[in-house]
Design a protein around this ligand. Structure first.
Ligand SMILES: NC(=O)c1ccc[n+]([C@@H]2O[C@H](COP(=O)([O-])OP(=O)(O)OC[C@H]3O[C@@H](n4cnc5c(N)ncnc54)[C@H](OP(=O)(O)O)[C@@H]3O)[C@@H](O)[C@H]2O)c1
Length: 309
């Protein structure tokens, strides 16, 4: 059982890599006039889905508003906040633990051979806090910064997104070794990799926020009033290098968590691989959207990773 979460993330990463390769193959067929089928409908959302004029009516039955992205972060703030409180209570306060979560934790986590269980536990606590802060910021951005159009996503993508934030929090919790002893003296062991991870997390979060503000401002007047819901070319910050810097920043945020966990956590590196391939897939579609729509689109911009891809 302890390997089950690692396996799940490895399978998801492989599925998104396969989807990315299939999409690249289909891009060629689309350029020669091919239609957009069920597969494309499952991988596209928002502006890249609205670009598909040939979508059959039956596919539209499964559309939900893209503004429902907000629900992902509501769920994440509540669920990961609950896990964080549970972990703090269990770790430091000898609190009463809800037994179902304790059973789940024991079933999904592994016993550590490392003598320094304290440090592993503290690293997981830090990452759960970073994940919660990330979800909280994204929720605030969805509610107060971003300007959504009438874009849509598939109901399967919506359910996947809800499940994603529950599973990712559980994955962090299960990085606490099953043989940790609850209610010990409060010990905070800051290591060098915590510092590097947190600095990188703050740097990537700041850029992600700036890029989301740039996107929102494309639809606002100088006074902050929403004046249109169209898609135009973003400029500034990391947009000068890539079409989707907010996806690149997302990848860096998950890498920063891998660093905070001490570099060696294989399960979390599978999470990073999943984020890499899922965000690359969306970035490729977004890049293609900009290139098709705007003849003046900057030629030097990559899709996702500066200078590389
Ligand atoms: N960890 C994960 O698995 C995961 C998965 C998905 C997303 N995310 C993260 O969630 C964040 C948002 O993702 P997203 O896919 O929603 O990003 P997005 O499609 O770029 O949309 C972000 C906001 O900007 C608007 N927008 C996008 N392009 C625009 C343009 N050219 N002109 C004007 N407005 C534009 C969108 O409006 P519309 O309503 O028109 O789209 C939306 O309000 C990202 O930081 C991403 O990394 C994470």
């Amino acid at each position: 059982m302890p390997a089950v979460l690692g396996l799940l993330w490895a399978l998801l990463a492989a599925a998104f890599l396969a989807a990315l390769l299939l999409e690249q193959a289909q891009a060629q067929a689309r350029r020669s006039g091919g239609g957009v089928g069920f597969f494309q409908d499952l991988i596209r959302y928002g502006k890249t889905k609205s670009d598909c004029e040939q979508r059959p009516a039956w596919l539209r039955l499964f559309d939900v508003p893209k503004r429902w992205f907000t629900h992902f972060y509501v769920v994440s703030v509540l669920w990961n906040g609950f896990l964080l409180i549970w972990l703090i209570q269990a770790r430091f306060l000898r609190g009463s633990l809800s037994s179902w979560l304790q059973h789940l934790h024991h079933a999904l986590s592994r016993a550590s051979q490392n003598e320094d269980i304290e440090s592993e536990c503290f690293s997981a606590l830090l990452v759960l806090l970073l994940l919660w802060l990330h979800s909280f910021r994204r929720l605030a951005e969805c509610l107060c910064t971003s300007v959504f159009s009438n874009g849509v996503l598939h109901i399967v993508q919506y359910c996947f997104g809800l499940g994603y934030y529950i599973t990712v929090g559980l994955t962090v919790l299960c990085q606490v070794p099953s043989n940790f002893r609850s209610g010990e003296e409060l010990s905070v062991q800051i290591c060098w990799y915590h510092i590097i991870g947190i600095v990188m997390y703050i740097w990537a979060s700041l850029h992600q926020h700036r890029c989301l503000v740039i996107l929102a401002n494309l639809r606002k007047s100088k006074s902050g009033k929403v004046v249109n819901l169209s898609h135009s070319i973003p400029f500034g910050d990391w947009f000068e290098r890539v079409s989707c810097p907010h996806y690149f920043a997302e990848l860096l945020i998950y890498v920063s968590m891998a660093i905070t966990l001490g570099f060696h956590n294989v399960t979390w590196w599978f999470v990073v691989m999943y984020v890499l391939f899922s965000q690359a897939l969306t970035a490729v579609l977004c890049h293609e959207f900009y290139q098709n729509r705007f003849s003046s689109y900057p030629k030097h911009r990559k899709a996702f990773i500066p200078f590389v891809f």
